[in-house]
Structures are given as C-alpha cells and as structure tokens.
Design a protein around this ligand. Structure first.
Ligand code: GDP
Ligand code: IMO
Ligand code: MG
Length: 448
C-alpha cells in the first residue's frame, strides 16, 4: 500500500527560471597567470556595480594603467579604481591584513581615493598571518633541501594559510572581530602548532596580537556577511556584477600543473565557492590569454623558448612579476593549455592580450598539440614527468612586422595579424572578444 502525495513543483520551477537573479560575469586566467586579467577587469569595471575577488590572496599582481598612471593590485579587486562600484573580497580569499592596508595606502598616494568606503570584506574569509609567510619561506627551503627543487612560491603565505583552513585550525575575519580573548587563544594554539613543525619559527605573539587588534578596528566597518551581501546583490534590482579571478587555470590546485600550483581553485568553480553564489547565477565566463605564454616559478612549460625568442618576448613584454619582481619565463602560445582551460571553465569569449609584443617577429609559432612517443594525445597530462616529456606540434605563421599599438579596430590590424587571431579563435572554438595591443585602457580592440 503506497501513500501518494502530490507536490506542486510549479512554484519552484518558476522561481528557478524567473527569479534566478542577476548574472555575474567572471574573468579568469587561461594560462599560468599574468595574462592581463587586471586590464580586462578594469575595462569591464567602468560599467560594473560590484567587482569581487573570490580566491587567492596577495600572491596575485594585477596591473591597471589609467590616464598614464600604473596601479598594481594584489588583494584589492582592480575595480576599486571605479569610484561608482563596490569592491568585495569574498570568503574564498585569504587576507593578509598588513598587506591589504599597505596596498590601499600605497595606491592612495597614487591618487586612489575613498577605497576603504568602497570595500566590503566577507566575514568568512580566512586570515594570513605574518608567520604563515615565514612558514612559506621555510617550506621552500625544506623542499629545496629534500627534493633539490622548490615551487618558487611568492612567499606570501598562501599555501600555509589555505592549509590552516583545510585542517580547520585557521582563523577567519569573523573570529578576529568576535571575542578577542578567544581569538588570542586560538592564535596562540595555531602558532604552537607551526612551531612544533618548524622549531626555528619565532613569533612575537603579544606584538602580533596588538597589531591584529589595531587592524581589526580599521577593518570592522568593511566587514559583512558575504553570502547575504551577494544574495542581495543578485536578487535586488538589475546589477552588473564582475568576478576577478586571480592566478590562473594552470595554477589551480586541482587542475593545474600540480604540485607547481597555487593553493586555491582559480577556475570557474572558485567563483561559486569563494563568494557563496549558485552556479545558476554564473553568466559570461571570459578567459584571458596572452598572445604567447609566460610562467613564473618552477614547473613544466612545453612551449618555453630558452633562446633569443624567449628573451625578446621577456624584454619586449616587460615580463617581470608584479608581486615578486622575478623574470617571467617565456614561450610560444600553447593552445593545448588554453583548450584545457576552456574544458574546465567553459569560456563564453576570450580576451587575447599583448598581441603588440609579437609585432617585430619574422615568424610566429603556436603549439597546437602534444605528442608522446610520436603519437598525439587528446588530453592534458596530469603527471608532471609526462608533461616534461611531451613533444609540441607547432603551426608556423609569418610575422606581420608592423606596429599594431595604434590599432583600435579590427580593420586597423594587418591581415597577417588577423589571420593569427582567427586561427587561435578557431582552434580553441571560442570567440575572441577583445585583442590587446598596449597597456592602457584604450588599447583594447573590441570585436563584437
Ligand atoms: P594579471 O595578473 O593577469 O592581471 O596580469 P599582470 O598585470 O600581472 O601582467 C600583465 C602585464 O601586461 C601588465 O604589465 C599589463 O599592463 C600588461 N598588458 C596587459 N595587456 C597588454 C597588452 O595588450 N599589450 C601590452 N603591451 N601590455 C599589456
Ligand atoms: P596573477 O593573479 C603568476 C605562482 C607562483 C608559484 C606558484 C605558487 O597575477 O596572475 P603561491 O605563492 O601562490 O603559493 O605560488 O604559483 N603564482 C602566480 N604566477 N601570476 C599569479 O597571479 C600567480 N599566483 C601564484 O609564481 O609558481
Ligand atoms: Mg599578475
């Protein structure tokens, strides 16, 4: 005997279709970082109501050039430049408070006004402490000693802070703003845990707590329940919401070139988990890719050019890390990795940056497939030993040998450059919406 009950699902169906709320636009790195995400976000932020960071920390370095002035952002969303938009640091971000305020104050001296009033910080975001940064350095030394190689981290404490989060001993913004006695006790326990792992670690606990108390008062007016804040932004009047990805697909903790990766999800899922928003609210996903490839730090890099081409790309492209000042390794555009990034992120369009850097080359190569033992492989290898061994299959294009930096529309580009762009678009299978030909805001050709 079955008791049947009729449920009326119409109400839910209606809600999910019509009341889904505003869509967010996500901007993500499609290579190993430094593709020009900051510039793309800045471009879109001129019309955005909210610009959000959802993962990473101040390991990111995003450059924005406006009216000849260069700003670099690490924890602050690049949209903070727009006085009309609100910037939000979501729960998935790890925040080093001294770094955050130092960055704000530095940019304030360059002319960034009122940023503290435009910044919202999620109470669920985890904190990076100074000792996390020291531990980051100690772990690098240990890796070098034990394995003969390190990761080449930014030493901003990102890995140790996400480790604390995952092992459930981390401390969050809401803890700092809650009962300070309780916070202090948990902070001391955390320090003791790290000291038992790294006996050489010295921490002036009282001095740290005094500073953290001071920071907490400066931070307090910015802190909100991030989930509810986003819910209201999604379900209120129409709003343009932008998510600024940090790091990039190939640095993703799950999908990147592990272990030479960062410690967060820099792919599209990070936007949902790092802000507390449903997948239904994800709208456009824009992938940012350079017209060639760069990488900072250690790890396999199949199209790397350890020759005059690599040097030219490095010097012409000013390929120096914004966060660490390290020279970036350079090579040809690798479409295998961009396609892999697309498999995970489902890009709706691509921004292809730094085309102008290729202006002087006689010929330009593009990696289109990987071969193992002479046979093409259809996937991107998970194992780094395998990735080190792949042979790259290239397509070669004639260089256009013309200055493209003044081009402002598609027709201003030489036919050979157009050909290069169309090839990339067809090979990835995603439309290219923007082409970058210079550092500043106006140096972006919009295709549609
Ligand atoms: P992000 O981390 O992805 O935001 O990128 P970075 O700011 O670390 O690195 C990109 C660099 O390239 C910055 O110095 C930008 O100013 C610069 N840039 C971005 N787009 C272009 C472009 O189209 N042409 C040139 N020449 N430079 C660009
Ligand atoms: P943006 O947002 C380039 C790299 C580091 C290192 C590895 C791990 O500017 O594109 P971490 O300090 O995160 O533990 O370092 O990840 N890395 C980046 N490389 N651009 C970035 O960010 C990066 N963020 C992390 O160089 O190899
Ligand atoms: Mg960068």
């Amino acid at each position: 005997c079955f008791i049947t009950k009729t449920y009326n699902f119409e109400h839910f169906k209606k809600r999910s279709r019509n009341d889904a709320g505003n869509k967010v636009t996500v901007v993500l790195g499609a290579q190993w970082g430094d593709e020009g995400k900051g510039k793309v976000v800045d471009l879109l932020a001129t019309e955005a109501d909210f610009v959000c960071r959802c993962q990473g920390g101040n390991n990111a370095g995003h450059t924005v050039v406006v009216d000849g002035k260069e700003y670099d952002f690490h924890l602050l969303p690049s949209g903070i430049i727009n006085p009309k938009s609100v910037s939000l640091i979501g729960n998935g971000v790890v925040i080093h408070l001294p770094g955050l305020f130092e960055e704000g104050d530095k940019n304030e001296k360059k002319g960034l006004k009122g940023w503290e009033k435009r910044l919202i910080v999620s109470d669920r975001a985890h904190l990076v402490f100074d000792f996390h940064q020291v531990v980051d350095g100690l772990q690098e030394t240990e890796r070098q000693a034990q394995e003969g190689k390190n990761i080449g981290t930014t030493k901003k404490g990102i890995g140790p802070a996400y480790s604390s989060k995952a092992s459930r001993t981390g401390l969050r913004v809401c803890d700092l703003l809650g009962d300070f006695k309780d916070f202090s006790a948990r902070f001391k326990n955390l320090v003791r845990q790290y000291q038992s792992m790294y006996p050489s670690l010295t921490v002036d606990v009282e001095d740290q707590l005094k500073k953290l108390k001071e920071y907490s008062e400066r931070l307090r007016p910015m802190v909100r329940d991030g989930v509810y804040y986003m819910y209201e932004a999604l379900h209120g009047p129409p709003k343009k919401i932008l998510v600024e990805g940090a790091n990039a697909a190939l640095l993703d903790i799950d999908f990147g070139t592990y272990p030479f990766v960062t410690s967060s999800n820099c792919t599209v899922g990070g936007a949902c988990t790092g802000l507390g928003i449903p997948p239904l609210n994800i709208g456009d996903v824009f992938g940012v890719a350079k017209a060639y490839t760069t990488r900072v730090g250690i790890g396999a890099f199949p199209t790397e050019q350890l020759n005059a081409v690599g040097e030219l790309l490095q010097t012409r492209g000013h390929e120096v890390g914004v966060t660490t000042g390290r020279k970036r390794r350079c090579g040809w555009l690798d479409l295998v990795i961009v396609r892999y990034a697309h498999m995970i992120n489902g890009f709706t369009a691509i921004a292809l940056t730094k085309l102008d850097i290729l202006d002087v080359l006689d010929e330009i190569k593009v990696g289109v497939a990987y071969k193992l033992n002479g046979k093409r492989i259809p996937h991107f290898p998970a194992n780094m030993d395998v990735l080190q061994k792949v042979e790259v299959e290239y397509e070669t294009f004639p260089g256009w040998k013309t200055d493209t930096s003044a081009a402002r529309k598609w027709n201003d580009l030489p036919a050979k450059a157009q050909n290069y762009i169309r090839f990339i678009e067809n090979h990835i299978g995603v439309p290219i919406k923007w082409v970058g030909v210079g550092k500043s805001r106006e140096c972006m050709i919009q295709m549609f």
